[in-house]
Design a protein around this ligand. Sequence first.
Ligand SMILES: Cc1ncc(COP(=O)(O)O)c(C=O)c1O
Length: 256
Amino acid sequence: AEQGFKLQPADLEKAITPETKWLILNSPSNPSGAAYTRDEMKALTDVLVKHPQVWVMTDDMYEHLLYDGIEFVTPAQVEPALYDRTLTVNGVSKSYAMTGWRIGYAGGPKALIKAMGVIQSQSTSNPTSIAQAAAVEALNGPQDFITERAAVFAQRRDLVVSMLNQAKGISCPKPEGAFYVYPSCAGTIGKTTPDGKVIETDEDFVTYLLESEGVAVVQGSAFGLAPHFRISYATSTEALEEACKRIQRACGNLKD
Ligand SMILES: Cc1ncc(COP(=O)(O)O)c(C=O)c1O
């Protein structure tokens, strides 16, 4: 959390061994909403350039969901020397609100893409031609709604961050992108619910929110970092306002 949920170049350097094959990078990120600036990305790609055995899979799914004027960057763009060992992954689920169409896509070196096709054609049922055509329409069609939508998401992020920071025991950083916030619930650990249950973990906390207020969030331990929880703000402002009010109430009802 102190590093804004971002991988630090020195930690990346330390983690790479001769056995390392891939780095999977996701910016803006699910679940933290963190996004790397150009300088931060360059610092990571500078490390990768020194290790030619390491390929990069960059999940750019939230490319268009960035706020406060932050520029989107992706590894092969920041460091063209990585181009020949980068697989760039994207999809229409988030930017085009087409989750149900099940279309993702990837760009990378020809031999790799060909091998992926060989495996996929034998092991999955494959995307329908109808969904593929719809995705082409989305990508080639008018794009102006994307910035309009991002502006609405930014307002929702600000609302959720502000309301969560007013909840007792919750501390919520303001993320750069995607549609998630990843607050800490450390201040609720050890407290007791009105039913007499002690909150020992983030899982206890999210269960308490669900059972007492009907608010569904995901415990941070599911993503490998506790005690946190993830909220998706890809829903209406009214629903978010109501949910945050309920979270505030639930936190206020906890006893020392
Ligand atoms: C970072 C990231 N990549 C990829 C996906 C996959 O989306 P889909 O399976 O809808 O294409 C998600 C969905 O939550 C995501 O958060």
